[in-house]
Design a protein around this ligand. Structure first.
Ligand code: ATP
Ligand code: LTN
Length: 324
């Protein structure tokens, strides 16, 4: 396994989309880093008390998934090299390429009241990744474009100033890279969606999970088959259950083709409940132990800083800044 880096925003509670699209593919390899990107979540208005609560809770999820050892879990704002490299990359990035980022286009383009941070956000993300010299970035489909920008920036930097950065690759799974909202299967499942029924949280109890799946919006017709255009709701449930159950989407679909939506949804609920229960138990245990979370974050911070510091010094030397 190659060294990996990935990040998750503390903008709410972790849901099944985060798990299936990203966290499931994060491996606790030595040299890998998994970051709670609190500075990223300041691109939209935030509440300070909620920021701190969500940062600890997000970290607890990562630690419960076993990512604290020998890989490292840390908070982005505690390693100042991220913000510093981000400025250097801001001076390398171009207005045109940032204007083309679909996340910015959907959340902010044309609006005068969004923060400059929302526009500059992919440069901070590039800094996160490039500081650790990693080859792989495991993410969901929505982050692919940001990683392509990171690659372009690394190549541009290396050709102007010398070979300092490793050029990373996105790692995106074929199935489950874009889990959809259970209420509106045109949109992705998202932490910041205010409708609790749109997503399944890793802390949801068995009954809550069953209810959310049984009432998930599905498509017209009665047959169960995989067709994301014609049957986005059913196809979404097929992807969720297939990835969590370790089965091919086609095999699962074939078993339920003529059984009706009710029986199919019941089976999906069983699979999701079986997969989420052990995760929930570990997350709740860790959430009850804030000292353990803070100690793990301190270990993560110290390792990340020890690696990011020398990398930032190499960047500074290459571009003609005096390293103290
Ligand atoms: P927000 O709503 O605040 O943007 P989010 O739910 O999109 O939050 P992020 O913190 O932006 O979550 O993303 C963390 C990781 O989870 C990223 O790798 C992202 O690609 C992945 N991810 C987020 N939502 C989904 C989804 N619905 N399906 C698959 N992967 C997802
Ligand atoms: N932009 C990502 C979060 C993120 C990230 C990163 C992911 C910030 N820095 C570095 C991978 C690598 C998001 O919104 N999901």
């Amino acid at each position: 396994m190659a060294k990996a880096f990935s990040g998750i925003q503390p903008t709410g509670e972790i849901h099944l989309g985060n798990y299936i699209g990203a966290l499931r593919n994060w491996k606790p390899e030595s040299g890998s880093y998994y970051c709670v990107v609190d500075l990223h979540s300041m691109t939209m208005p935030w509440d300070p008390a909620e920021m701190l609560r969500n940062s600890r809770s997000t970290a607890a999820h990562l630690l419960a998934l076993g990512l604290g050892e020998p890989s490292r879990v840390f908070l982005q704002s505690q390693v100042p090299e991220h913000a510093e490299l981000s400025w250097i990359l801001t001076c390398l990035g171009r207005m045109g390429e940032l204007s083309r980022m679909t996340q910015y286009k959907s959340k902010g383009r044309g609006r005068q009241d969004v923060s400059v941070g929302l526009f500059a956000y992919p440069l901070l993300m590039a800094a996160d990744i490039l500081l650790y010299g990693v080859h792989e970035v495991p993410v969901g489909e929505d982050q692919k474009q940001h990683i392509e920008l990171t690659r372009d920036l690394a190549l541009r930097f290396n050709s102007r100033y010398g070979p300092v950065f490793t050029v990373p690759e996105p790692r995106i799974s074929e199935v489950g890279a874009r889990v959809l909202s259970l209420r509106n299967p045109q949109e992705k499942m998202s932490k910041s969606d205010p409708d609790p029924n749109s997503k399944i949280l890793l802390t949801d109890g068995d009954d809550v999970i069953r209810k959310k799946i049984m009432t998930a919006v599905t498509d017209s017709g009665r047959e169960v088959y995989y067709d994301p255009d014609e049957k986005p709701g059913i196809s979404n449930l097929l992807e969720i259950a297939a990835t969590l159950g370790g089965e091919a989407v086609e095999d699962l679909a074939a078993r339920y083709r003529d059984k009706g939506y009710g029986a199919f949804k019941g089976a999906v609920a069983d699979i999701v409940i079986g997969a989420v229960r052990p995760l929930r138990e570990r997350v709740l245990e860790l959430l009850a132990s804030p000292t353990e979370i803070d100690e793990a974050l301190e270990r993560g911070r110290s390792h990340a800083h020890a690696e990011a510091g020398p990398m930032l010094d190499s960047v500074k030397r290459a571009i003609g800044l005096l390293v103290p």
